[in-house]
Design a protein around this ligand. Sequence first.
Ligand code: NAI
Length: 254
Amino acid sequence: MASIVITGSASGIGAATAAMLREAGHQVVGVDVAGAEVCVDLSSAAGRAAAIDGALTRCGGRIDALVLCAGLGATHAPEKIASVNYFGVSELLDGFKGALEAGTMKSVVVVASVAATHGEWEGSPLREAFLAGDEEKARALCAATGHAAAAYAASKHAVVCDVRRRAAAWGARGVRLNAVAPGAVETPLLQQSIADPVVGKATAAFIPPLGRRAEPAEIAQVIGFLLSDAASYVHGSLLVVDGGIDALARPCRF
Ligand code: NAI
């Protein structure tokens, strides 16, 4: 039985992943604002520190695998999206690194989004602020965009960069680190987008090339694969799990 920490475990993709891993006999320590083993708010540095402390205590200082799934969709304040979606991942990766090195599975999956692959980010001050760990600046720049969707895409793009730039150091310590990029998944987050007066109509109208949206369990299965030995040579990768959205949007860029 492995000890696996999952953020965002109370709903959607995180809940499906937690259920699947518990069914397989693992001990899951969920981290969420409510309805989890460790209840914290990942939008603040204090909440993130409490998440790390709480999960490490419950796991006895050794974590076998980690899934960072908690996130806010493009219906929230841009600065809060910045804090949860980027710093709620990056600071937890830093905080759990030692405990993962002591674990058995030594595998991490970060849930990004297909939105990470869209846009031009070369030389972007917003991306630089995220990657420099400057939360105040990243929040201010996200707020200045005035668009939650822009903050969402930036936070998800930066989080993939953060995963990939760790690949050398983490690989040398034997810990695999990958990201998944879902497209449209039937969860409360998607329902909030559909109900939103700005992005709702377009979100509801868009159907991925496979002809339907994903079920949370379909993303959970890919996360389970990446955590497992079946993916023992997959490291530093972004696995797009989007029913063909990315291929539709940019067939010749990959
Ligand atoms: P969801 O809303 O069902 O679940 C997200 C979970 O994160 C919730 O339990 C929520 O309480 C938690 N969370 C949010 N803010 C938090 C905070 N400040 N502190 C602690 N926990 C917090 O959403 P869903 O769809 O399962 O999303 C999971 C991940 O998948 C997110 O990172 C999202 O960006 C990503 N994603 C979802 C897509 C979709 O269509 N549903 C598409 C692409 C990516």
